[in-house]
Design a protein around this ligand. Structure first.
Ligand SMILES: C[S@@+](CC[C@H](N)C(=O)[O-])C[C@H]1O[C@@H](n2cnc3c(N)ncnc32)[C@H](O)[C@@H]1O
Length: 282
């Protein structure tokens, strides 16, 4: 994700969908050199073409479209919330880069290993203390999310938004269920949850509808991060209702991409296998 956001941030202001100045700090030295070169249009086009040829097409454009869509969803909800909880935050830098969060409490929940890496990188970035999130180390497979949030200062009586981006496919379905229950328990009625998921047809090996799936899944498995869980778009409404949520919207990153890539006349396309859903606690 940091490479993909770094590549997007190397684009000129007229065509990029967002700017993440911190993304390049999380990538390897070789990628940092590549991202520096990507400021030159010919180099960037070559890197994007090779990246899409090897890993996609799909992952890069999907990541960019989902980042922009979620930035916009946060911008819409931020005026009416006191706190944002980012679950599986990884190298998400929204606490630092989105102005609409500057006076909101942000809780970043993540696996202890990822979170330790992130904190070590950001410690060298000398960021303003005012935008620092509160870090909560949690393993969704094992730990009690609600208890960990409350122990870190999360206020159950205040209005919250929960973001769970790029995580559900790496968890067991039991951990997905458990985490949804914990969000329901921690939040208030009408609080918003934005989360991403992959179509369960892909995870169960039915790739026919998604020509991009095989290379994409091969790439994640090669990085030792296989996709093990998906959800059914057709069953999402009922699935969420059984967990106490009301589905508000469900867009694939191809649909989000049509919205965002068309005005700057970019040929990028998201994917129908990757979804961004919004729900409220009922
Ligand atoms: C692909 S990254 C997505 C990060 C970020 N949300 C984004 O979209 O850029 C997946 C994230 O899920 C987290 N994760 C995976 N399994 C986890 C678990 N069992 N408990 C807590 N976090 C987990 C990883 O630590 C990582 O931060």
């Amino acid at each position: 994700m940091a490479v993909q956001r770094g590549l997007e941030s190397a684009r000129p202001a007229q065509t990029r969908l967002f700017y993440d100045a911190l993304a390049e700090r999380f990538v390897s030295p070789a990628w940092r050199v590549a991202l520096w070169g990507a400021r030159f249009v010919v180099v960037r086009r070559a890197i994007e073409a090779i990246y899409d040829l090897v890993g996609g097409p799909g992952p890069r454009a999907s990541a960019i479209a989902r980042t922009k869509l979620i930035d916009d969803l946060i911008g819409e909800v931020a005026p009416s919330i006191d706190q944002l909880v980012i679950l599986g935050a990884g190298y998400d830098t929204r606490a630092h880069r989105l102005d609409c969060l500057s006076d909101r409490a942000v809780y970043e929940v993540d696996h202890p290993n990822t979170q330790a890496d992130k904190r070590a990188v950001l410690a060298r970035a000398e960021l303003s203390a005012a935008t620092a999130p509160r870090y909560v180390a949690v393993d969704f497979e094992r730990d009690d999310l609600t208890a960990a949030l409350i122990a870190s200062g999360y206020q159950p009586a205040q209005r919250s938004m929960f973001l769970w981006e790029g995580v559900t496919q790496y968890l067991s379905l039991e951990a997905v269920d458990k985490t949804l229950s914990a969000i329901h328990h921690a939040g208030r009625q009408d609080d918003t949850l934005v989360f991403t998921y992959v179509d369960d047809a892909v995870v169960s090996g039915e790739h026919d509808r998604f020509p991009e799936a095989a290379r994409w899944m091969h790439g994640t498995a090669n990085r030792d991060e296989p996709w093990i869980s998906g959800l059914s778009p057709a069953g999402l409404h009922d699935y969420l209702r059984t967990h106490g949520f009301c589905l508000v919207s469900d867009l694939s990153t191809r649909q989000a991409g049509e919205r965002y890539f068309t005005p700057p006349q970019r040929p990028d396309q998201g994917s129908d296998l990757y979804h961004v859903a919004t729900a409220t606690i009922s």
